[in-house]
Design a protein around this ligand. Structure first.
Ligand code: ARG
Length: 585
């Protein structure tokens, strides 16, 4: 479906043209003074320069043409040359009705549907998920859904950190704790390996321990590095143990993401490209003579003359022969291009990694790893802070585990849901989970992704304002209205009875614009903002128009139609944000 501003722009462009002016002057936007009009066009000012005529005169001519259009209730020239436009109620009603019948609920669909790979999540195997991974998961999931909602193809890849020193640290520590394990003994037979019975709790304890130890114990650190190197070079015992670590750890990571309604199409890791694409990367870099030695490591220079800051060479292979973070990212670009043929790759990763991506992208371009026209983009994000404005920490100053944070929000939500008399006991745990996810995700996504924000549980859980709870309440309130009055079969309203009702209808009709803008800006906060405004408009309408005791049957029916329409549009918006709604609350 076309958006209303597009439809009105076409009409206004035609009006400019039929008055003898350029059609390019016809751009219509949503009014920034909704008290005066619904839409506006400021094209007469541009026309004034081109045709050396007073803008007011041009506006008057165009407005007169527009006013003759049966879909337009009002078109008038005001002030120095603005054109104010209102649509007829009939037109708004028919547009909303068409939206509700549309399988995409009026979301404008891409003309050229690109394929976009989204690299998000980025958890590390053998390390517990912590709140640093939250934003990537929440923003990446919303962006993926936004891409799909606009008719494009999205491929979500978690890009597990399963390859680096963290695995070496864990294995080296396990080796010291369990020298009796077969896999650590001389003459180990890989065919007979039955696993060592690792648990996620054990892994979550071992990694922080081994990591802290390596900072004080140089000998241990060296051992971990050796293990990492041997693992990367195919040591069979380490490989089997590593696979078990991945299995246990990924199951635990999945559990956390499931709770958050975050999902991936591919669970590939940094290691998945090691056999095929790292050798291919090395071959390309060698053939193109891009690598040189620097302090024993192999590096590629990526500095450019116009750089204002120092962009150091990217390290491809370390002195000990091991490959690092940038190497796996480069090889993964080849894999994604070969296997998925994307038009764009988006990396939803912390702002603090921006230098890394600058280096990787430059190196990829220099080596021609991907066609020039495929866009590589780092969509960075800010940190989630505590009340003190510093990155959110546990009481004792540690990094907070995602499970703990989620548990805290869940307990708070459960406390509220437990008091509710609207829902059955057995549903309360799932309702509380959804309320908690809505609070966490909306609290995050309402901020532009590039900005830091403060995690404030009380604020995030508030029943009013820009919160997930307010939106879930709105949907639940509509559900109970529809339960009492029946769900309308179709949107068949013929008239609009009140101003607050008209405001909701217009807001519904404009929801497509927000999607188009959010996609363009890669900014899910625009969907949050729009969903909030719709819910807010609905609250005013609900307050004004007393559905339950309205004696006029036509009016009552029209208002129930409005309720059902708001529910449908809000549910779609929340779904795009990765937020599940609740039936009753
Ligand atoms: N595992 C990384 C980390 O925890 C994030 C991965 C981001 N994605 C990427 N392609 N580098 O920092």
């Amino acid at each position: 479906m076309l958006t209303l501003t597009k439809i009105l722009t076409d009409k206004t462009a035609a009006a400019f043209e039929s008055c003898g002016y350029s059609a390019d002057l016809g751009a219509v936007t949503v009014s920034d003074r909704p008290d005066l009009c619904q839409f506006q066009c400021n094209g007469a000012f541009g026309g004034a320069k081109l045709y050396r005529k007073a803008p007011r005169m041009i506006a008057a001519e165009v407005a007169e043409k527009l006013a003759a259009d049966p879909d337009i209730a009002k078109a008038e020239a005001v002030g120095a040359g603005f054109i104010n436009i209102d649509l007829t109620d009939e037109y708004i009603l028919s547009y909303v009705s068409e939206m509700l019948a549309d399988e995409n609920v009026g979301i404008p669909q891409a003309e050229k549907p690109e394929t976009i790979v989204l690299d998000y999540g980025g958890p590390n195997v053998a390390k517990p998920l912590h709140i640093g991974h939250l934003r990537s998961a929440v923003i990446g999931e919303a962006l993926k859904r936004l891409v799909r909602a606009t008719g494009r193809t999205a491929i979500g890849d978690v890009h597990l950190g399963d390859w680096g020193l963290q695995i070496g640290l864990v294995i080296a520590e396990l080796k010291e704790r369990h020298p009796e394990w077969d896999c650590f003994k001389e003459g180990f037979d890989p065919a007979g390996f039955k696993g060592v019975g690792l648990t996620a709790d054990e892994l979550n304890e071992i990694y922080p321990f081994a990591s802290a130890r390596s900072k004080q114990d140089e000998d241990f650190k060296q051992k971990a590095k050796t293990v990492t190197f041997e693992l990367q070079n195919g040591d069979p015992a380490y490989n089997l143990l590593w696979q078990e670590i991945i299995r246990v750890s990924v199951a635990d990571i999945r559990k956390n993401y499931d709770a958050l309604n975050v999902d991936f199409d591919y669970w590939l890791g940094e290691s998945s490209i090691s056999d095929k694409y790292i050798p291919e990367l090395m071959k390309i870099l060698e053939e193109k003579k891009l690598m040189h030695e620097s302090d024993g490591a192999m590096v590629v220079d990526v500095a450019e003359e116009t750089d204002k800051i120092d962009i150091p060479p990217v390290i491809i292979q370390k002195t000990d022969g091991s490959y690092i973070y940038a190497t796996t990212d480069l090889a993964t670009i080849i894999q994604r291009n070969n296997e998925w043929h994307p038009d764009e790759i988006w990396y939803v990763v912390d702002n603090r990694q921006s230098l890394h991506f600058t280096q990787v992208f430059r190196c990829a371009r220099k080596a021609g790893l991907i066609p020039e026209n495929v866009k590589l983009e780092h969509l960075g994000f800010g940190t989630m802070n505590g009340a003190d404005g510093k990155p959110y920490k546990t009481r004792d100053g540690g990094v907070m585990r995602l499970e703990l944070l989620f548990g805290m929000v869940y307990d708070y939500a459960k406390g509220i849901v437990d008091k509710s008399t609207h829902s059955a006991e057995e549903d309360k745990a799932d309702i509380a989970r959804r309320v908690a996810v809505a609070a966490i995700k909306f609290g995050d996504l309402i901020n532009h992704r590039a900005k830091d924000y403060v995690f404030d549980l009380i604020k995030f859980m508030a029943a009013e304002g820009k919160t997930g709870s307010f939106l879930l309440y709105t949907v639940a309130r509509i559900n109970s209205i529809l339960n009492q009055n029946g769900v309308p079969e179709s949107f068949d309203s013929k008239a609009v009875y009140t101003d607050s009702e008209r405001a909701v209808l217009l807001k519904l009709a404009l929801s497509g614009e927000a999607y188009a803008m959010a996609y363009r800006e890669k900014a899910p906060n625009m969907i949050c903002e729009d969903a909030y405004r719709l819910a807010d408009c609905f609250a005013k309408f609900y307050h004004d128009c007393h559905i339950a005791n309205e004696p006029d049957a036509d009016k009552k029916k029209a208002w129930i139609n409005v309720c059902a329409a708001v529910k449908k549009v809000l549910e779609k918006q929340l779904d795009v944000l990765g937020i599940e709604t609740v039936e009753l609350f």
